[in-house]
Write a protein that binds this ligand. Sequence first.
Ligand code: ADP
Length: 582
Amino acid sequence: MKVFRDLAWFFKQERKSYLLGILLLLLVAALQLVPPKVIGIVADEIGNQTLTWSKLGIWTAVIIGSGFFMYIFRYYWRICIFGSSVKLSRLLRTKLYDHFTKMSSSFYQRKRIGDLMAHATNDIQAIQQTAGSGVLTLVDSLATGGSVILAMAFTISWKLTIIALLPMPIIAILTNWYGTKLHHRFRLAQEAFSSLNDKTQESISGIKVIKTFGQEKEDIEEFRKQSDDVVQKNIAVAKIDALYDPTISAVVGLSFFLSIGFGAYFVVNGSMTIGQLISFNTYLGLLIWPMLAFGWLFNIVERGRASYGRVSTLLNEKVDIEDTSTGVDQVPSGEIDYKIQIFTYPNENTAVLQNINFALAQGKTLGIVGKTGAGKTTLLKLLIREFEGYKGEIRIGGIPIHEYKLDAFRRAFGYVPQDHFLFSTSIKENIAFAKADASLSEIETAAEIANIHEDILNFTEGYQTIVGERGVSLSGGQKQRISIARAVLLNPEILILDDSLSAVDAKTEEMILSALRNNREGKTTIITSHRLSAIQHADIILVLDEGKIVQKGMHEELMNEEGWYKDMYLHQQLESLVEHGG
Ligand code: ADP
């Protein structure tokens, strides 16, 4: 029951609804006692031959009246209690989503997307159930069970009540035993379901690989096995679950047997009337529901507790890139002063960057080149505050980057990552993603700079063409250029192209770069690339190797010294010559 204490903050917040709901539940429990009592009284009147039409009319009205009020009250407690529990799930889901958007890359590196989605759906649903059905079954089983037992003991016969309740401990013992078994089997079933989920997600994401390697049969076989496993484990759960109701019916049957047997004896020896015996047995019937509810309660609360634990752990994970409310609330601009002594990724041992020192005046272009894995992207990720925890300092316009407010800070950048991403909406919306109020002509200008305007006009629906799973398929180069247009549209202080031209040909690359040079007067641009032609006009070029700067200078300078840059440049020139049949 600890989960109810954990949720106390919510119950307090929704105090009014819950109190009203519980009050109505109690009223229903009290009203429930009326019909059996009336039936007993009427039976006795029949036995004594004292029943008149008018008395019958009154008693019928009482039964109908109590039925009517129960109907109304039941309707409203549902609204109060279930309505509030829905609010809880909305609240938790929003909290979780908010948290997800605050978490940095390192968080998403550690978590599996499938798991996060399970937390946001299954777990929240289980918690909602605890705050809804859980509260209901707890209050209802206690209120109904308690009031029925009290009514039997005090208005009819305490002796017969004790006799009839004698078999009840059997239920407690058996359900406790089932509960432990159920908990264990339920966990196994959930785990099997989780792994089936993971398997499905992975297979569908990797379907192309599965097909190219002709592994469909094996994959289907594996799926069938896991699916069978889920079925087996759920059958095991159902086998225990199925024991609950017959057990309760059997024990209640035993109670009926005792109450009729001993009740008849009490009637014969005159200490009870037939009407009272009828009422008593009807009350006994009313006890079945609270006992079943108690069994469910155990189940619901158990699941709610586990889910609440998981969600809280997730919510308590610290945001690792913290925002300061007192920070500098202006979009950074000016010189970039980059001084990193050492940076190691979280939970890794080897340093990825060492002694990276350079300054880039506002409006200049920086080119970064080097082998794959040299640390180019990492260098950029530190600049845009995707990772922190380095030794050293990065300043923009003289202010250390962590002193800016995050929102203002991020507005300085237009970042085109290597693994660009398009949303399943129109091309127009994809380009205007970070500037929803952009006019069509602004969007077109950005598309022209990114050399994608003509391509877009060739699609049947132009800028309204939907991309992604439900729309047209774009080539890698087209996607890259749309991503570039998205960043260019912001006209950011600092534009970062992280190997974003890899899928376009050399001629298109040159056109995009020269359009950028013409349109970004006074603004800073940073380009990483494998193709040296992309950065040869840069004001400063850094050559990275194993996280260190091994060469630094302008193109002409680097061509005049022996080293990786000159070798690679000549090599790539030769390659392009061969490609063009030279
Ligand atoms: P480049 O952009 O030059 O290809 P990266 O900056 O992507 O190089 O990678 C530099 C090194 O850092 C590589 O050894 C890579 O394996 C490692 N690395 C990159 N990203 C991460 C990460 N998120 N966590 C741990 N190691 C990483």
